[in-house]
Design a protein around this ligand. Structure first.
Ligand code: 5GP
Length: 199
C-alpha cells in the first residue's frame, strides 16, 4: 500500500512547481508516484488542459458523482459554487498497486483524507514569507491592487490554519529543487520502509 501525500499552500507559493519537481525526483529514484487529477466546476484558465490539470465538468456532473460516492473528498473552495473533488477510484487503485499518490488539495480536503486514510496520509504545507509572496503576486503584473490584497489576506488565513500539517516547507525564490528534495527526504527518512512510523 502506497502513501497519500497531500500538498497544500496559498496561491503564489510555487506549489505546482514543487509538485512537478517531486515527481521528477521519484522518477530519478525509480519509484512509483501518481498525481491525482481533480474534478472541478470552475472554468479552465488559459493554458489549462482538460484531464491534465483538472477534469472540467458541469455542476450536474459533479452533483451526480458526489451522490454516487465517487469522491475521496470534495470542497466548495471559494464558497461561490466552484466545486473541487478528488476522484476516489484512481487513488484507490494506485495505492493498492504500491504507488504513492500525490494530492494538490486545500486544508478542507486534507482533513477529509486524513479522516478516511488516517494510517497513510502525510500532509505538507508549502509557504513563503509574506514579503516574497507579495513580490511574486505583484511580479505577475496581472492582478489589481485590490486582488493582491485579497489574495494576501486569504494566504494569511491559510497559514494561520496550517498548524494541523505535520510538515511545513518554506519555498524560497529559486529553491524549488531544494523544497522538493526536503519533502522527498522527509518521506524517505520518517515514513520509508526502513523507518515505518506511520500509525
Ligand atoms: P485553483 O482553482 O487555483 O486551481 O485551486 C484553488 C484551490 O483548490 C487550491 O488550493 C487547490 O489546491 C485546491 N484544490 C484543487 N483541487 C482540489 C480538490 O480536488 N479538492 C480540494 N479539497 N481542493 C482542491
Amino acid at each position: 500500500m502506497g502513501k497519500l501525500i497531500v500538498v497544500s499552500g496559498p496561491s503564489g507559493v510555487g506549489k505546482g512547481k514543487v509538485i512537478e519537481e517531486l515527481i521528477k525526483i521519484y522518477g530519478e529514484e525509480g519509484k512509483k508516484i501518481f498525481l491525482s487529477v481533480s474534478d472541478t466546476t470552475r472554468a479552465p484558465r488559459s493554458g489549462e488542459i482538460d484531464h491534465v490539470h483538472y477534469n472540467f465538468i458541469t455542476q450536474d456532473e459533479f452533483k451526480k458523482n458526489y451522490e454516487n460516492g465517487n469522491y475521496l473528498e470534495s470542497n466548495d473552495y471559494s464558497g461561490n459554487r466552484q466545486l473541487y473533488g478528488t476522484p476516489l477510484m484512481p487513488v484507490k487503485e494506485h495505492l493498492e498497486n504500491g504507488y504513492d499518490v500525490l494530492l494538490d488539495i486545500d486544508i478542507n480536503g486534507f482533513k477529509q483524507v486524513l479522516n478516511k486514510y488516517p494510517n497513510n496520509t502525510i500532509g505538507f504545507f508549502i509557504t513563503v514569507d509574506f514579503e516574497t509572496l507579495e513580490n511574486r503576486l505583484r511580479g505577475r503584473g496581472t492582478e489589481t491592487e485590490e486582488k493582491i490584497q485579497s489574495r494576501l489576506a486569504t494566504a494569511r488565513k491559510e497559514v494561520a490554519a496550517s498548524t494541523i500539517y505535520p510538515h511545513k516547507i518554506v519555498n524560497e525564490d529559486n529553491k524549488v529543487r531544494e523544497s522538493a528534495m526536503e519533502i522527498y527526504e522527509i518521506l524517505e527518512n520518517q515514513y520509508g520502509e526502513k523507518t515505518p512510523c506511520l500509525k
